[in-house]
Design a protein around this ligand. Structure first.
Ligand SMILES: [Zn+2]
Length: 372
């Protein structure tokens, strides 16, 4: 379905994964500026590969028709990380969970000030989602707030399982137990192992408060254990297919089938190293990585499901150097539409992938009211 947006007609997008607060606080990016303004400020900066290659910001999301996204609170607690460069503001690692908690609360504060100023709308309930989506369907302009459902990438900022409820009351609605390496709760990308005793306890708290479990980034052993132990709703916000790109960051067909059986939605990520085999940060070019490759992953999930009810978008957009070469800003997500049409996807299928699957999932699993 197309909606009027200013003079344009467009299909709305629901993005399953962004890191808006992290890039604001760690990289000093004002998310209320255009991508062009952000990149102009970073000319000549050399502290990170991302510099000068921003692809997302709130004005860009509005132009692209991204009505709602999940956006993360991201921090890790790893005492063993002692980089020779020293600890820089762009690093994700803190020595203790208490420090990771404080940094994560800072990211929460960033979302709150954006909401207070009308830039975003934090969505905590199914009613808020319906009202927000309805407003976007009526059409909007350059000042319409972008909807944000708060997610957490690595559960370390939840200092103890008993603190899950306080985070829930802060508006957090989905959590990944780990990111890269071991967290205090599970084994993430690049390592192998089971859930920790604290991780098992945390899942019980998640069930109690209604938190959604995002299985993205879990190592295979932690993935299967979490899926077996957790009886609540599950998703994979930004995760591609191992059948197309070997490696533990992608899910095997068996894992995807297990997710589909649980009613999960799986967001296709735009990171080159998750889209094509053997892509290396800082070395490989993105010349051969295209948005058609993203559709290959979406299509693989649809083929496994036998329908279009589980595949979605979870961009994880960071910087142009590791994104498809025909993707420069969020607006380029619109190019996915003709690619899907070419592959025989119907109007209703494209709606499912662009927004309807995420929307249906969150309408079902967000609480009706904010009370715990
Ligand atoms: Zn991630």
């Amino acid at each position: 379905m197309l909606v009027h947006w200013g003079k344009l007609e467009m299909r709305l997008i629901f993005d399953g994964h962004l890191d808006l607060a992290l890039f604001a606080l760690a990289h000093n990016r004002d998310q209320t500026e255009s991508v062009a303004q952000i990149n102009a400020r970073e000319v000549g900066m050399t502290d990170a590969l991302e510099r000068g290659g921003a692809t997302v910001s709130l004005p860009e999301m509005r132009r692209a028709g991204v009505a709602v996204c999940q956006s993360s609170i991201s921090a890790r607690a790893k005492r063993e990380v002692q980089p020779v460069t020293g600890h820089r503001r762009i690093d994700l690692d803190y020595g203790t969970q208490r420090m990771a908690y404080a940094w994560a609360q800072g990211q929460l504060a960033y979302y709150r000030i954006l909401e207070g100023q009308g830039e975003i709308k934090l969505i905590r309930t199914s009613g808020e989602l319906d009202a927000h989506w309805g407003a976007w369907e009526q059409g909007g302009d350059e000042s319409t707030p972008v909807g944000v459902i708060l997610s957490m990438e690595c559960a370390d900022p939840i200092v103890e399982p008993s603190q899950a409820e306080a985070w829930w009351e802060d508006g957090l609605r989905s959590v990944m137990l780990a990111h890269f390496g071991f967290s205090h709760y599970a084994a993430g990308t690049g390592v192998s192992g089971p859930l920790t005793p604290k991780g098992i306890e945390l899942l019980k708290e998640f069930e109690r408060v209604g938190m959604i479990l995002d299985l993205t980034h879990l190592s295979d052993m932690s993935f299967y254990e979490a899926l077996d132990r957790f009886n609540g709703p599950v998703i994979a916000s930004h995760n591609n297919c191992r059948a197309l790109v070997p490696g533990d960051r992608q899910f095997s067909d068996e894992q995807i089938q297990r997710l589909i059986a649980r009613g999960a939605v799986i967001g296709a990520a735009l990171d080159a190293w998750m889209l094509v085999p053997d892509w290396v940060h800082g070395e490989s070019s993105t010349e051969h990585v295209k948005l058609t490759t993203v559709v290959d992953h979406i299509d693989h999930v649809c083929q496994l499901a036998g329908n279009t009810l589980h595949a979605a978008i979870g961009t994880d957009t960071g910087a142009t150097y590791h994104m498809p070469s025909d993707f420069k800003t969020t607006e380029d997500l619109r190019k996915l539409e003709p690619i899907l049409v070419d592959r025989g996807y119907s109007d209703a299928d494209i709606d499912n992938i662009f927004h309807a699957n995420w929307r249906r999932f969150f309408r079902r699993w967000l609480p009706e009211s904010s009370a715990c």
